[in-house]
Design a protein around this ligand. Structure first.
Ligand SMILES: CC(C)(COP(=O)(O)OP(=O)(O)OC[C@H]1O[C@@H](n2cnc3c(N)ncnc32)[C@H](O)[C@@H]1OP(=O)(O)O)[C@@H](O)C(=O)NCCC(=O)NCCS
Length: 187
């Protein structure tokens, strides 16, 4: 039977959980996707892409629309993750088909670019380019000296808002590449 690729429908949630958990060998990514679906303000279930073989869900691809700041411009982008194909169905083209379907749909919705953190050998075959290189940081945890600072938490008060918003601005806006927060920063 051929693979049918389509957007998520109400009632597909458990099948997605199972497929994503099988693909990754743990429930972390399935939980992450549940959080995106339930909480992300720009989540779009049409960009939650399912690959069905009859009544079995064999693959799932999540694209979350996000506004981005890139070299001074605001653009519409999509964060691609997680991508999952159930183990017995891997390396049969399901992942590629879901990516092609997702890219076409996202373009039709006015999304200019898709980005992800993923396998450097897999995604270039589907149009992705490695833009930010690779990085790896090792920390010698035992070599980190004990802090001499004593931190005292206190509830945010009205007069803290000015400098908190300044920090937020600095961190999320004044850089070449950022994924601005959605929703109200004050929250
Ligand atoms: C990665 C994954 C989504 C690919 O889906 P798929 O349906 O198996 O991939 P396709 O059949 O479309 O593509 C197969 C090709 O990709 C290659 N490939 C598959 N997984 C790969 C990986 N982890 N690293 C490098 N290449 C990979 C295959 O070797 C094959 O190449 P070939 O056609 O030259 O032989 C799937 O293997 C999967 O769910 N893996 C476990 C979860 C995971 O790691 N997800 C991605 C997180 S970034």
């Amino acid at each position: 039977m051929g693979i049918d690729i389509r957007s998520e429908n109400a009632g597909d949630e458990s099948a997605i959980d199972i497929c994503v958990t099988r693909a990754f060998g743990s429930a972390d990514e399935a939980n992450l996707f549940r959080m995106l679906r339930d909480w992300h303000p720009t989540f779009d279930s049409e960009l939650s892409i399912c690959a069905w073989d009859g009544d079995e869900l064999v693959g799932h691809l999540a694209m979350t629309p996000v506004p981005m700041r890139l070299l001074g411009e605001r653009i519409s982008a999509a964060a691609v993750a997680p991508v999952a194909v159930s183990p017995p169905r891997q390396k049969q083209g399901v992942g590629g088909k879901m990516l092609a379907f997702g890219h076409k749909l996202a373009s039709a919705k006015g999304i200019d670019l898709a980005f992800l953190v993923g396998h450097p050998d897999y995604y270039p075959a589907h149009g992705y380019e490695c833009r930010f290189g690779f990085s790896k940081t090792n920390y010698e945890v035992d070599a980190i000296p004990d802090s001499t600072l004593e931190l005292e938490p206190w509830p945010v008060q009205e007069h803290d808002m000015g400098w908190l918003l300044e920090c937020d601005e600095l961190e999320w806006q004044n850089v070449d590449f950022s994924w601005p927060r959605t929703g109200r920063r004050e929250e």
